[in-house]
Design a protein around this ligand. Sequence first.
Ligand SMILES: C[S@@+](CC[C@H](N)C(=O)[O-])C[C@H]1O[C@@H](n2cnc3c(N)ncnc32)[C@H](O)[C@@H]1O
Length: 279
Amino acid sequence: MTDAATANPTSTLAGVPETLLITLAARLMANRQNPDLHFTDTAAEEVGNAIGFDPARFSSDKASMRGCVARGQWFDRVVSRFLAAHPDGLVVSIGSGLDTRANRVNLPERADWVDIDFPEVIALREAYVPPLPNAIAIAADGTNVASWAERTGWRDGRPVIVIAEGVSMYLQPSDAEAWLRGLIAQAGIRRSSLTLALDLASPLMVRQSHRHPSVSKTGARFAWGLKRPQDLGKLGVGLRIVETFDIARQCGPLAWLVASAYRMLTLGRPVYSCALFST
Ligand SMILES: C[S@@+](CC[C@H](N)C(=O)[O-])C[C@H]1O[C@@H](n2cnc3c(N)ncnc32)[C@H](O)[C@@H]1O
């Protein structure tokens, strides 16, 4: 690392990678801002202290801070359910940022965990995220599935869950489709069951990303969204929807009103939701 990066490790982040600070801030402030959600993450606190990160940069965006925590808890539940059903399964987290989910969930000894992100992010993870014996990190473009699949321990027939939290909206539409097709292809080659958990922005949210109180503080902008999570099934990649979770309605009373009005006006479309798919 350069002297500047040693003094301020996150100075190496710009654009989309910089958005990992938004979710880290939400986790660090969860106890203070959203005590009713009962979210604790000691590994995140370790990371925050080690990199000297002040979450105050995003603290005024209370709706997003709350939404990130509620969203993270949905992903925690989904992953925990997967691991309970498949204690020897593989978890691949695309765009992990400095997320500490593997430290948060009870990772069985026979399970493997793989975090994938861009090289500058993986360098930070390797320096600051508390290591676990069965977790590795890979520097790669997560949408190029063939480039990382062989390095993950994705054995024939092994059940795999791919999670991507706070990632899909930053993908170019063609990359998003290539990513989904790549996942299905790799699962098909290995005859593995594939579970996919991700959050999906609406086109409205994508159009408004320059106004997003936290994202607009970074160089990033949203690029991909779907009217309904079910539309992902229409891409013809062979995924069926199992569950959805409306995050916009978890972000406080005003967001709940806006999200509910939007649902009424659009015959049930969410502004922003999580969705679980499987093959
Ligand atoms: C908003 S942050 C979310 C980080 C983490 N998932 C969390 O919830 O804390 C978005 C992350 O996705 C990563 N990302 C975006 N596109 C990616 C891609 N094509 N391949 C790998 N990582 C990607 C960024 O570098 C960044 O770390």
